[in-house]
Design a binder for this molecule. Structure first.
Ligand code: CA
Length: 224
């Protein structure tokens, strides 16, 4: 059984999440503060952690850092906070995904499934297919409606990082670092330009992209 650890200090939300996730046959453990979350995770390592950032004792970022000291378990962060800075801090600290409260249960369940899929070894498929285009990551070949699409090496590098992380919010700083190298993390104009090019080449309606999604101020998400 897949074991989830939910770290949430609001009893009603913890209860609602537990009921919904148990109904989907997940084994659920709940922690109401950061210290007990770290203790419980060490005693019985979970397959995925759902973590509220605003906890009574530790900051959620400290909990992420504590977990990342010894485990690569997927972490989905929940927060009522509005600031984009918190999202970026959480992702930089090693969180895998982020949901802002209030969120829909279906959305959370979809993110949980996607994070678990990604964490399974050997789960990465070299061919990614969407309604609009296909990317063969092994052969480095992109096709749209059966026709080859030529991508530049930079475009390919970008779209490959996104496609290898389906449904995951990839921070803009990470894309800039991986594609252009350290020290370029603030050149977000590059990303805007290259993502616009990729959408023109790959999306059926580039003005209303369905697969290469911008998360304003934070990063990008590939939705298959
Ligand atoms: Ca809270």
């Amino acid at each position: 059984m897949t074991r989830l650890l939910i770290v949430e200090d609001e009893p009603q939300l913890l209860r609602a999440l537990s009921i919904n996730l148990r109904a989907r046959r997940y084994e659920v453990a709940g922690a109401a503060n950061g210290a007990s979350a770290l203790r419980m995770a060490a005693a019985a390592p979970p397959d995925l952690v759902i973590l509220d950032l605003g906890l009574p004792d530790l900051d959620g970022i400290e909990v992420i850092a504590g977990l990342r000291g010894w485990t690569t378990v997927p972490i989905i962060v929940l927060s009522a906070r509005e600031g984009q800075g918190d999202k970026v801090d959480a992702l930089d600290a090693g969180a895998d995904d982020y949901l802002t409260k209030p969120f829909g249960m279906d959305e959370l369940l979809a993110r949980v499934r996607a994070a678990l899929r990604r964490s399974q070894p050997g789960a990465s498929t070299p061919v990614v297919t969407t309604a609009s285009f296909t990317l063969d990551l092994g052969a480095k070949r992109a096709t749209r409606e059966g026709t080859d699409v030529r991508l530049t090496p930079t475009e390919w590098h970008l779209v490959e990082i996104l496609a290898r992380n389906p449904s995951r919010l990839v921070p803009g700083s990470q894309l800039l670092r991986e594609v252009w190298g350290p020290g370029r993390e603030s050149d977000t104009n590059y990303l805007r330009v290259y993502l616009a090019q990729l959408r023109r080449k790959l999306e059926a309606d580039p003005a209303h992209p369905r697969h290469l999604i911008t998360e304003p101020g934070v990063g990008y998400r590939f939705e298959p």
